[in-house]
Design a protein around this ligand. Structure first.
Ligand SMILES: Cc1ncc(C[n+]2csc(CCOP(=O)(O)OP(=O)(O)O)c2C)c(N)n1
Ligand SMILES: *[C@@H]1O[C@H](CO)[C@@H](O)[C@H](O)[C@H]1NC(C)=O
Ligand SMILES: *[C@@H]1O[C@H](CO)[C@@H](O)[C@H](O)[C@H]1NC(C)=O
Ligand SMILES: *[C@@H]1O[C@H](CO)[C@@H](O)[C@H](O)[C@H]1NC(C)=O
Ligand SMILES: CC(=O)N[C@H]1CO[C@H](CO)[C@@H](O)[C@@H]1O
Ligand SMILES: [Mg+2]
Length: 646
């Protein structure tokens, strides 16, 4: 209720949109970062003619409704899923970044095709979250002038007055980040002040703008200005006096006066007209710049260019052993030119992560060719993993881009809040996660992932690839790029890995396959990434003792789980005990194996060969455990771990 005046002014007078075509590329973007206030958003969408009905509003937060407790991006008019505080405003930075890059790439004199604003509302909670600071600091550096954010300054969070924990001067902080700041002191009634502030913000083109709007939470309620109105429903008598105060009939519910419908219909009509104008501009542009236009159209539709995958490198066994982070760099360099929608970046680990293809420009605000400009396709995110994740979500949500970002696998955990939302919102985002295990060596336990994969593999709709060689690395990228509804984390080694006989892009693209076949095996070893070649060597050790063993490579559980059960059972057959071998927590491996070999403690600092030896991840160490597994199950009826009652 405190934000209703702002919502009214913004939607009625400023936001460019066509509710009949919510995905129109020329629209302004709007993000409600304080997603708990989604009643406001749902109501605005309804009032402004989106496909959100009165019944949808009546069913707010009910099971199966289209209006869940926090806005999700599968509802028309909701650009990004918000609720976890701080994420939305960081997404807005990504939306504005994407807009500026696409504009710099495609606009021509007289053709400001891509030229729109990103508006966001955030509250005290968002401003307290670190992820918002990371992204807003970056936005200031990048001078994202078409980003206009509103700070709902109501002095209240759930615990009560903000004075218990939050006494900083928010505008001074954002000013220090490089933002243009404005303050509307009476956000409850000063509609003209809000209008003037937005007009002023639009005039400042070289800085993002923040408009602090001082409001009263629950404005008009008997409980206004207190945390009691943050979440709880209003009492009956309060609703009656509230409706009377604002000139409504207290006996009636869910009634929209004709004047309101008529007033907002003007905005809706104007929006539809603007889309027609925009489409005309696009068709004129298509005549003058046919190639650019078809490229833009292709990208906006999210279609990949035909045959791009032919650029994916393949390897033969005679190729040298190469670190998969290096293999990843080769893939990116090979596909970067044919996939202009790829927009890369790293959280200050470019050199280690090898995420920057050769001959590519930085995305930077300056027009200095040495440091890059807005047409650049490589983003220096700084040491801001969580911000990078949330900004990538925003870039993906904008459309026309596939963002990827590099950091050490262990620090993807810093960004878990954003990764989770990627998966929930189906954002097409790729994490290039190098230094993926104890194999990073000397940096030690603080940098060595242990529980990381168990956590990320447990997130629904997330691809977690751990390729074992060059062919598998290409497969990981193939699936990460073609599966546009599931984000991915590609886990890559620092140490060199040999090219494995029998690996292929096609087989690895199934998520798992039989790498080393064995006739009537005594035991199978299932493994991933840098341990697969050690498992292959373990098979040779076992052969010396007359034990027949095979190897399954399982680079991505998520993709494998989507294969038909018949195929999966052919990889994990009945009758053979299976040992898993991976230098991580064994948690989760019970689903694919009878016995697990892993590391259920923190790692160790030292040269990586020594560390592997210490944890017995050697051909002998794996062979010893495979032998024990074979012996333990000898004479027993062994069923595939994939069989389940339901
Ligand atoms: C990351 C995260 N932590 C905690 C919450 C739970 N939560 C929802 S709203 C809220 C208070 C937010 O205060 P503010 O942004 O000022 O919103 P207001 O009460 O003013 O509407 C909290 C802690 C959340 N949604 N996300
Ligand atoms: C945004 O889109 C609308 C509709 O195409 C257009 O009128 C407007 O000029 C665009 N740009 C800006 C900066 O508002
Ligand atoms: C904090 O705000 C509350 C409620 O407005 C007020 O009663 C209290 O005095 C304030 N405390 C401080 C330390 O300012
Ligand atoms: C990699 O894949 C290619 C193409 O499928 C295949 O020809 C090659 O043998 C594979 N390399 C290895 C090392 O198995
Ligand atoms: C840990 C690691 O691989 N560090 C590398 C990071 O990148 C720099 C610059 O390319 C290299 O010198 C480091 O060895
Ligand atoms: Mg608040």
């Amino acid at each position: 209720m405190g934000l209703a005046p702002l919502g009214h002014v913004l939607f009625k007078n400023f936001l460019n949109f066509n509710p009949k075509n919510p995905k129109w590329a020329g629209r302004d973007r709007f993000v409600l970062s304080n997603g708990h206030a989604c009643v406001l958003l749902y109501s605005l969408l309804h009032l402004f003619g989106y496909d959100v009905t009165l019944d949808d509003l009546k069913n707010f937060r009910q099971l199966g409704s289209r209006t869940p407790g926090h806005p999700e991006n599968d509802l028309c008019g909701v650009e990004v899923t918000t609720g976890p505080l701080g994420q939305g405003i960081a997404n807005a930075v990504g939306l504005a970044l994407a807009e500026s890059q696409l504009a710099a790439t495609f606009n021509k004199p007289g053709y400001d095709l891509i030229d729109n604003y990103t508006y966001a509302i955030f509250g005290d909670g968002c401003m307290q979250e670190g992820v918002a600071s990371e992204a807003m600091s970056l936005a200031g550096h990048l001078k994202l002038g078409k980003l206009i954010a509103f700070y709902d300054d109501n002095h209240i969070t759930i615990d009560g007055d903000t004075n218990v924990s939050f006494t900083e001067d928010v505008l001074k902080r954002l000013e220090a980040y490089g933002w243009h700041t404005i303050w509307v002191k009476d956000g409850n009634t000063d509609l003209a002040g809000i209008t003037a502030a937005i007009e002023e913000a639009k005039k400042v083109t070289d800085k993002p703008s923040v408009i602090k709007v001082t409001t009263t939470i629950g404005y008009g309620s008997k409980q206004q200005g207190t945390h009691s109105v943050h979440g709880a429903a209003l009492k009956k008598d309060d609703i009656v006096q509230l409706k009377e105060q604002f000139g409504f009939d207290p006996e009636q519910n869910f009634v929209i006066p004709k004047e309101v419908t008529e007033l907002y219909a003007q905005t809706v009509k104007a929006g539809a007209e603007r889309e027609v104008e925009w489409n005309n501009l696009l068709s004129k542009y298509s005549k003058e710049f046919p190639e650019l236009a078809s490229e833009l159209t292709r990208r906006l539709k999210g279609e990949l260019p035909a045959g791009w995958e032919k650029k994916l490198p393949t390897y033969s066994t005679s190729d040298p052993a190469i670190a998969s982070r290096k293999l990843s760099e080769t893939v990116l360099t090979d596909i970067f030119e044919v996939l202009p929608e790829l927009i890369g970046g790293s959280a200050d680990l470019t050199g280690s992560n090898l995420t920057r293809p050769k001959d590519i420009n930085d995305y930077q605000p300056t027009q200095d060719p040495a440091s890059g400009d807005y047409t650049g396709r490589y983003i220096r995110y700084g040491v801001r993993e969580h911000g990078m994740g949330a900004v990538m979500n925003g870039i993906a949500a904008y459309g026309a881009f596939i963002p990827y970002g590099g950091t050490f696998l262990n620090f993807v955990s810093y960004a878990a809040g954003a990764v989770r939302l990627s998966a929930l919102s189906h954002h097409h985002v790729i994490w290039v996660a190098t230094h993926d295990s104890i194999g990073l060596g000397e940096d030690g336990p603080t940098h060595q992932p242990i529980e990381t994969l168990a956590h990320f593999r447990a997130i629904p709709n997330l691809q977690v690839w751990r390729p074992a060689d060059g062919n598998e690395t290409s497969a990981a990228y193939f699936k990460a790029i073609t599966n546009s509804h599931s984000p991915s984390i590609i886990c890559l080694s620092r140490q060199n890995l040999p090219q494995l006989e029998g690996s292929s892009v096609e087989k690895a693209s199934k998520g798992g396959y039989t790498l080393v076949e064995a006739e009537n095996p005594d035991v199978l070893i299932v493994s991933t990434g840098s341990e697969v070649y050690i498992a292959v060597d373990a098979v040779k050790e076992l052969a010396k003792e007359g034990i027949k063993a095979g190897v399954i490579s399982l680079p991505d559980w998520h993709t494998f789980n989507q294969q038909p059960q018949e195929y999966r059972l052919s990889v994990f057959p009945d009758g053979v005990p299976i040992l898993s071998a991976e230098v991580m927590s064994t948690s989760g491996w019970q689903a694919y194996s009878h016995q697990q070999f892993g590391i259920n403690r923190f790692g160790a600092s030292g040269p990586y060969q020594d560390v592997y030896k210490y944890f017995e991840f050697t051909p002998e160490g794996i062979a010893k455990r495979a032998k024990a597994t074979a012996e333990y199950y000898k004479g027993q009826t062994v069923k595939s771990p994939l069989h389940k009652a339901f």
